[in-house]
Each structure stands twice: as C-alpha cells, then as structure tokens.
Design a protein around this ligand. Structure first.
Ligand code: AN7
Length: 355
C-alpha cells in the first residue's frame, strides 16, 4: 500500500514548473484532486467521461493551483502585499495563501456580484476587501494600476506564474489516465485556466509522457461570451457570476489553445448551466457552483447538436465547489417547503414515503 502523502503541486511537480529555483513552497496541500467517472454523461455520449473535481482544493476551487505558485514566487521576491481582481474564487484563494505566507491580501471585487461563500472566505481570512462600482474587467484595470504604482504584487492570471501552477491539473489527468484524453471540456471566464491546461498538455506530450494532446472545447455564458463572438462584452451578465467577464485577460492564449488543439468556444444559456449543475449534484453526487457546470452543459449541448463523442475519452473540469453559492443553487427549486414531523418512527416513515 502506498504511504505517499500529497505535498501540494509545487513539490509534486517542481521540476516541470518554470519558477525560480529554490522558491520555498507556500502550500495548503492543493492539487491531487479526484478524477471521477460520470455514468450518466458516459451513457449519454457513449463515451468514457471523467470529471476533474477541482472543488476539492483547499479553498474550494482550481485557483489554489495557480495561487500557491504566484504567492510562493511573490514572497520569494520580497513582496509584503498582494492584490487581485476577482469574481470571487481568485480572491478567496489569494486571501488564504497570502495569510499563510504572512503578507497582506488586497481584493478588488465588483460590488454586489460576488457569491456569499466567496466573500465570506476573503473576509474571514482577513483580506482588505474593496468593492468596486464596476464589473470584473474594471477591477482588473485597478488591480494592474495598484501593482504598477504601489508596492503590491499582482497575482491575477496575467501573472504568468499563475499558469505554471494551474497547468499541473493536466499533468494529474495524464498521470491518472495513463495518457491525455481525446477531449477536454471546461468553463472559461478570464481564460487563464484553458491556457494553463493547454500549456500542461503540450509540455507532457513534448516530454513523451502523453502520446497525444486533447481537443480543447471551452464554454461561456451567453451573456458573457466574448471568445464566442470575438467582441468585448462591456456589460457582461450571467447568474454564473464566476464567469461574468467581458474582456478576458488571456484572450489570445485561449484562442491559441482552441485553434492549436482543433477545439472551439461555444456559449450556453443560464438555464442550461443551472440544469447541468442540478443534474451533476443529483446524478453524480458532485455539487459544483453554477459556472463550474458549464463544461458539462456544453457536453450535453454538443450531443444535442449532433456532435459525436462515441468511444472517446472525455475529461470535463468542474472548477469550484457548490457550497460557495448556495443561494443560486437553491433558487431554481423555488420556495422549499420543509417536511416537519413529530419525533416518532412511523411519522418519519410516512413522511419518507416508506409506508
Ligand atoms: C468556478 O475568481 O476569474 O477562465 O476572479 O471561479 O481561468 O478565468 C474565476 C474564474 C471557471 C473561469 N470556474 O476560469 C476569479 C475568476 C470558476 C471560476 C472560472 C472561474 P478562467
């Protein structure tokens, strides 16, 4: 039996990451997340469908992979404070890793558009949380401006070290499956993650650790779909607040990933995304936040449109945990009528439909 204890993505993959030699790892044990088979999706597509469950990271999203790298390098280079713009998950992650490192986290978020769980994370970790009258894209401009004019390290994914950490997710997929999948599907917002996955898959193929590279297919909400239309969305809108982004920073890298892999972008309605979220929870036991279900919704939309995944291996990244945004998850159920009984077995049995 293996006694190997996961050490976090920097120590597990240090030789493969472009970070300064000898950078001490600031880690919360991120990465090593489960790859879970999905029976209903496999049956729907006559394919082998796997979910990469990134909500299992320490702060509940894939952002921890990039954040361990960005914060470790920033601290190694002498940073005393760090800043990010965020739709919620980056700020939750940055706050945790910053305090772990003993530096000050400064968070810029769009006013009123952050899921409560993510806001709670940033606050409880002690971040300086600043709400901005504007959207994520405005916040990113401020974040760049603060880093340019003040002594704070910018840890948004425009910082290339973030992608170095995030690419470890593709290493894990290949290490687990023995080769790259045929297709990789995922949600896209600011477009760092698709860019990082593609970096990782290319690197593993070049090193002979995979015989192929997957086709990358990425999905946006139709109210915030600049990579689909080719136009900036000045007023992005979607219930999947994590991907409510109109002008992705890694636009060019994401387009290259799609083009070089033979992939593409497509958009989905909020209803498609929320339905996929509910089905993932009800059928696979995997509770993700709305944005995280976009890859699954995209897979189902592809099938509806006559696309074939038959006989193929498909990995779908589900990017963040459902507990981050309980309000949106429950909204679609309408008013929940509680079932209340006296403390008697027969009453509970009747209420449960057993008699
Ligand atoms: C759950 O936290 O941009 O395309 O500021 O939280 O790499 O941006 C979050 C993005 C998908 C999109 N799923 O990833 C932020 C932020 C979840 C997310 C994305 C995000 P990218």
């Amino acid at each position: 039996m293996s006694t190997h204890q996961w050490r976090g993505v920097i120590e597990e993959y240090r030789d493969l990451l472009d970070i300064p030699a000898g950078t001490p790892a600031i880690t919360l044990g991120e990465g090593g997340t489960p790859l879970v088979t999905s029976r209903w999706l496999s049956e729907a597509g006559d394919a082998e469908v796997w979910l990469k469950v990134e909500g299992q990271n320490p702060t509940g999203s894939f952002k921890d992979r990039g954040m361990t790298a960005a914060i470790s390098v920033a601290v190694h280079e002498g940073a005393k404070a760090c800043v990010c713009a965020s739709t919620g998950n980056t700020s939750a992650s940055m706050a945790a890793y910053a305090v772990k490192a003993g530096i000050t986290p400064i968070v810029l978020v769009p006013e009123g558009k952050i899921a409560a769980g993510k806001m709670a994370q940033a606050v409880i970790h002690g971040a300086q949380v600043i709400q901005v009258r504007g959207n994520f894209d405005d916040c990113l401009k401020l974040s760049r401006g603060l880093a340019e004019h003040y002594p704070v390290a910018l840890v948004n994914s425009v910082n290339p070290v973030r992608l170095e950490g995030q690419k470890t997710a593709s290493f894990e997929v290949v290490d687990r499956l023995g080769d790259a999948p045929d297709f990789h599907l995922l949600p896209v917002g600011n477009a760092g993650n698709i860019s990082a996955y593609w970096l990782g898959y290319q690197q593993y193929a070049a090193a002979g650790k995979a015989t192929k590279r997957p086709v990358m297919r990425a999905f946006q909400a139709e109210g915030a779909a600049p990579l689909v239309t080719g136009e900036v969305f000045p007023h992005p809108e979607t219930k999947a607040t994590a991907i409510r982004i109109g002008n992705p920073a890694s636009w060019k890298l994401a387009e290259a990933a799609a083009a070089e892999s033979g992939g593409r972008f497509a958009s989905l309605s909020d209803t498609q995304i929320l339905t996929a979220q509910r089905n993932l929870a009800a059928r696979d036991g995997v509770f993700v936040e709305p944005a995280s279900a976009a890859g699954v919704a995209g897979f189902l939309q592809d099938l509806e449109r006559g696309e074939s995944y038959a006989g193929k291996t498909v990995v779908i990244t589900v990017t963040g945990h459902g507990l981050k945004d309980v309000a949106t998850a429950l909204e679609s159920f309408g008013t929940l009528e509680p079932t209340v009984v006296d403390a008697e077995v027969d009453a509970a049995a009747a209420a449960a439909g057993l008699i």
